[in-house]
Design a protein around this ligand. Structure first.
Ligand code: PMP
Length: 423
């Protein structure tokens, strides 16, 4: 049996959302009611960013309408309200990730800033000439470039865990890369371009047995599967709110308290200090030490609303339903003869990347757009993945719990139409 078929044959689990649930939940997302080029919008670009439920939109409006003010320093009522809501969102993030302490949650702009924070703070503190940082061949540019910059500055070496033709990590090769010079491992949880779900617990156990800390890039996993940072055992975990049905410009870095305590600040400014003289600055406690300047207050509160929303739906049920969409989608697109799926790992999230013989991904995406279907085309900020598979680009359909099998049918009809147009 091919990999594609074995994914397609995975059976639905009992605690999945039903199609009727998905249709009901769609009603919470006003943008999905739009027509694009006169056709119902079929939004299959959720790995790039997901749509926002009314509850998140209402929270942003309520915040700006009734309590907008700066946090932490004001004695007035609005400032107190905004501070309480901002900090309540931190607690929501902490619970969502099952971190042990609110002090371990640092609000940042998104996964990119979270990774840059660790590279610039922990990285500069611990990575020196001749040291090594390990990432994998399927990383997003945001989990490559910060490490490359650090390694260049320090005279250190970036080592890459290779992947097989299905897009799975080669753990034997990883074992060989781990050594006395390894200072950090940074690995994606769910690949945005291949859909692979990496065995992060195993990676972490292997790294920890050598005393090496691990950062997990959870930009794609947090919206689509339950995450428990304590069970996973990671040292750092990064994610973005906008992929989790929340606003753009907000995300969080989880870090183990003892690690964050030992790290220098990443940026200097207001709020990250206890006291300042021209001679010396005493830094604030966690997590404020890493939150210089006025943060994205509305964004953090909106992210809290998004977490409330997905928690009420149930991350387990979301994950199970998206597995059904993945299985159905994999089976449907596999029936197209000239189509090849890129990324056929045994453990996958709801991402189907593919190429169609004789049609450039951008042309395919343009034809699909005329049908109201939004997919992503290009290298998905993972150019080394494209190099690994010897292709310039893929077309990528990525699912959320508000998608349906009928939308996958529309995608397949759209691909068939593109094949007709370009044949
Ligand atoms: N990592 C992965 C796996 C991603 O898919 C993305 C976004 N495409 C990022 C990191 C970066 O996220 P952001 O642009 O929200 O910082």
């Amino acid at each position: 049996m091919t990999r594609a078929k074995s994914v397609a044959n995975r059976s639905a689990t009992a605690d999945s959302l039903s199609e009727a649930d998905a249709l009901r939940l769609r009603e919470d997302f006003p943008i999905l009611k739009q027509l694009i080029h006169g056709k119902p919008l079929v939004y299959l670009d959720n790995a790039a960013t997901s749509q926002k439920p009314q509850a998140v939109l209402d929270t942003l409006t309520r915040y700006y309408t009734t309590e907008n003010s700066n946090i932490h320093r004001g004695v007035h009522t609005l400032s107190a309200l905004a501070t309480v809501d901002y900090e309540a969102s931190r607690t929501k993030v902490r619970r969502f990730l099952n971190a042990a302490d609110d002090r371990e949650i640092v609000f940042v702009r998104g996964a990119t800033e979270a990774i840059n924070l660790v590279a610039n703070s922990y990285g500069r503190q611990h990575v020196h000439e001749g040291d090594e940082v390990i990432i994998s061949a399927m990383e997003h540019h945001s989990n490559i470039v910060p490490w490359q910059m650090l390694c260049q500055e320090r005279g250190a070496r970036l080592r890459i865990i290779p992947i097989n033709d299905d897009g799975e990590l080669l753990l034997d090769e990883f074992e060989k890369l781990l050594g006395p010079r390894t200072k950090l491992v940074s690995i994606v949880h769910l690949s945005n371009s291949l859909g692979t779900i990496n065995p992060v617990e195993q990676v972490i156990a292997m790294a920890h047995s050598r005393g090496v800390p691990v950062l997990v890039d959870g930009a794609q996993s947090t919206p689509h599967m339950p995450v428990d940072v304590q069970r996973m055992g990671c040292d750092f975990f990064a994610f973005s709110g906008h992929k989790l049905y929340g606003p753009t410009g907000i995300g969080a870095l989880y870090g183990k308290a003892e690690l964050l305590e030992s790290m220098p600040p990443y940026q200097g400014g207001g709020d990250m200090i206890k006291s300042v003289t021209f001679e010396q600055t005493v830094y604030n406690t966690l997590p404020y030490k890493f939150e210089a300047g006025t943060p994205n207050i509305a964004g953090a509160i909106g992210l809290g609303a998004a977490i409330d929303y997905v928690t009420a739906v149930g991350m387990d049920r979301i994950a199970a339903y998206e597995q059904e969409l993945l299985a159905y989608g994999t089976q449907r697109v596999s029936s197209i003869e000239s189509l090849r799926i890129i990324g056929t790992a045994r453990q996958k999230g709801g991402v189907i990347s593919f190429v169609v013989k004789g049609i450039h991904a951008h042309d395919l995406g343009t034809v699909l757009d005329t049908e109201g279907i939004a997919i992503r085309t290009g290298h998905h900020c993972t150019q080394p993945v494209m190099q690994r598979f010897g292709i310039p680009a893929t077309a990528r359909a990525s699912f959320a719990f508000y998608n349906t099998k009928q939308e996958i049918d529309a995608l397949v009809r759209g691909i068939d139409k593109a094949i007709e147009v370009f044949s």
